[in-house]
Design a protein. Structure first.
Length: 183
C-alpha cells in the first residue's frame, strides 16, 4: 500500500546533507525546494515501483529501508541492492524510461518523490544540483562494479563481510557511531 502525504521542504529536512549539494544560497535552496512533489508512505512488503513501470521520478528515501530486485528468467528474485534513508533510488529508469527492477519496502518507509523533468529543469539553473546528480549516478556505477566483483570473486563469508562493512560505512555517514551500531 502506498499513501501520498504532504510536500515537505528539502531545506528543512534532516537528511538534506545526504540528498542535496552543500553550499546552496537562499535562491538556489528555494528552487531546490520545488523538487519534491509529494512524499509517499510505503508499507512493509509493498513496492515503490515495479519492473516495467513508466519512469517519471527519482525517490529520496526519507525513512526506512528498501531492497531492489529483479526476477531472473527461471522466476527467482535476485536482490540487486539495499537502500536506506538519505539515498536516491529509481536511477534504473532513466535509460529507457521504464524501471528495470522492483523497489520493495523492508519496513514501513517514506520516500520523497522528485519528478525527473523538474530535476533536469532546476539542474540547468542550479549547477551544483546537476553536479550532485552526476555524483549520485557515478556512485551507483561504482556500487554496481563492486557488486559484480563480490558476486564473481568472493566466497559467501567474504560477501557477507563486505556487505556488513558497506552497511556500517553508510550508517556512519548518517551520524551513527561504531559503538551504536554494535550494541
Amino acid at each position: 500500500m502506498i499513501k501520498e502525504t504532504i510536500k515537505v521542504a528539502c531545506s528543512s529536512c534532516n537528511l538534506r546533507e545526504l540528498c542535496l549539494p552543500m553550499g546552496l544560497d537562499k535562491e538556489e535552496l528555494r528552487k531546490v525546494d520545488e523538487l519534491v512533489a509529494t512524499r509517499r508512505m510505503v508499507k512493509r512488503g509493498a513496492s515503490l515501483f515495479h519492473t516495467g513501470d513508466k519512469f517519471t521520478s527519482l525517490y529520496a528515501i526519507r525513512s526506512g529501508f528498501f531492497k531492489t530486485c529483479v526476477t531472473t528468467e527461471d522466476g527467482r528474485d535476485q536482490v540487486t541492492g539495499f537502500q536506506m534513508a538519505g539515498e536516491i533510488i529509481g536511477l534504473d529508469g532513466i535509460v529507457n524510461d521504464v524501471h528495470t527492477c522492483d523497489a520493495i519496502a523492508l519496513e514501513d518507509a517514506e520516500a520523497c518523490v522528485m519528478p525527473f523533468n523538474r530535476i533536469e529543469e532546476i539542474s540547468r539553473e542550479v549547477n551544483s544540483l546537476q553536479h550532485h546528480v552526476h555524483k549520485i549516478m557515478s556512485r551507483e556505477i561504482v556500487r554496481d562494479h563492486g557488486v559484480m566483483l563480490l558476486l564473481g570473486s568472493m566466497r559467501a563469508e567474504e560477501r557477507l563481510a563486505a556487505f556488513l562493512l558497506n552497511l556500517v560505512q553508510r550508517l556512519q555517514a548518517r551520524g551513527f557511531s561504531k559503538s551504536e551500531l554494535w550494541t
